[in-house]
Design a protein around this ligand. Structure first.
Ligand SMILES: NC(=O)c1ccc[n+]([C@@H]2O[C@H](COP(=O)([O-])OP(=O)(O)OC[C@H]3O[C@@H](n4cnc5c(N)ncnc54)[C@H](OP(=O)(O)O)[C@@H]3O)[C@@H](O)[C@H]2O)c1
Length: 335
């Protein structure tokens, strides 16, 4: 089959190439075979390509965690309501940058006919992650306030809207440009009482902006950026606040005041979605299916697509993500 491979196993963007002699995936118990029509890029793909992402044991070495396509084969005895020929999309632990994919039944969705394969393929990772970091790990409650770093990232776009569904009071979001501030403002949902305040970290200090608007601080911080923000995060959390570490795009070593953690009863939590057991991912899938998917189909939740590439353009697709200029999902199709 055709799949995206990496020369010498890891490397810079130009190491990516289309390999047409990759072995077809072998199905494990509880997996079905998918003919992939589209897959989406996620930031961790860049890190994995460079050999800097700890891929869970037993996972395909092929990049890619979300896909849309058609069910080709369901082994006898597999517990699933799906049928061969169904159009589906979902989340996998790896292997989506390929024509054929082994996908676990726990995290497969029937594709609503209103959604194209391109849109469907780009839903799982970001909305599962937003659900996990905000609701499961961040334990965000109605009326609380949120700070999301990298607010115009694909996960940020999802989480900022999800926080509004849970009646956030304030959502502060750091971004790297004024045009990204505008993109974040557009995430205001109809009839939502939430006040969304984007902050350009190149010209504004997020601690000052938060103090001006919400002197008591915020309840939850979701941080994919890491080291450079941690000390300031601790300073701006309220009593019983939660700091959710979900990425480390900058430094991972930090020095901070333990006293503040103790006196404010803060919780510092870390998480990754990919390493979670299938049963946990299946639970998140149920929440996404019930609460989020219908709202994406109806257009009540925005799920912007930045650009769609063909498989042969995979290098350009990775270059676009590396540019840090996007405010939507990058998708690749396999006709
Ligand atoms: N823990 C988990 O389970 C999990 C799951 C999915 C994603 N993630 C993490 O979530 C983050 C966002 O992923 P995504 O796929 O949504 O990314 P994305 O759409 O590609 O957006 C990433 C944005 O982060 C900002 N950024 C990039 N490098 C940065 C740096 N060195 N310092 C500060 N900001 C930087 C840039 O925005 P600005 O121009 O606004 O700075 C960039 O556009 C990544 O860190 C990813 O690893 C974690």
């Amino acid at each position: 089959m055709r799949a995206v491979s990496i020369k010498n196993g890891k490397g810079p963007v130009d190491a990516l190439y289309i390999d047409d002699s990759v072995s077809e995936p072998e199905l494990k118990n509880g997996e079905v075979l998918i003919r992939v029509k589209a897959f989406a890029l996620n930031r961790m793909d860049l890190m994995q390509r460079e050999g800097k992402y700890p891929v869970p044991a037993g996972t395909s070495s092929i990049l890619g965690v979300d896909y849309s396509g058609t069910v080709l084969k369901i082994p006898p005895g597999t517990k699933t309501p799906l049928q061969e020929g169904d159009d589906v999309f979902g989340l996998v632990k790896g292997g989506a940058y390929a024509e054929l994919l082994a996908a676990p039944v726990e995290t497969i969705f029937l594709k609503p006919k209103e959604l194209s394969h391109e849109v469907a393929a780009s839903i799982p990772e970001v909305w599962f992650t937003a659900t996990q970091v905000l609701l499961e790990v961040g334990e965000f409650k109605n009326g609380e306030s949120l700070l999301f770093h990298a607010g115009a990232s694909a996960v940020g776009i999802a989480a900022i809207q999800l926080a509004q569904l849970h009646n956030a009071k304030y959502v502060f979001a750091t971004v790297g440009s004024d045009s990204k501030k505008e993109a974040v403002k557009k995430l205001q949902l109809k009839n939502s009482p939430t006040k969304i305040i984007p902050i350009n970290y190149n010209s504004e200090e997020f601690v000052d902006v938060i103090k001006e608007n919400s002197p008591e601080g915020v309840d939850v911080i979701i941080d994919p950026v890491g080291g450079i923000y941690f000390t300031r995060n601790v300073s701006i959390l309220k009593l019983d606040g939660r700091d959710v570490v979900m990425g480390s795009m900058t430094d991972t070593n930090v020095k901070f005041d333990l006293l503040a953690v103790m006196l404010k009863r803060l919780q510092i939590k870390g998480t990754t979605l990919r390493s979670r057991p299938l049963a946990y991912q299946g639970k998140i899938a149920d929440i996404v299916k019930a609460e989020i998917l219908p709202k994406i189909v109806s257009g009540d939740l925005l799920h912007p697509i930045e650009k769609v590439f063909k498989l042969e353009e995979i290098v350009e697709a990775h270059k676009l993500m590396e540019s840090n200029k996007t405010t939507g999902k990058i998708v690749v199709t396999i006709p």
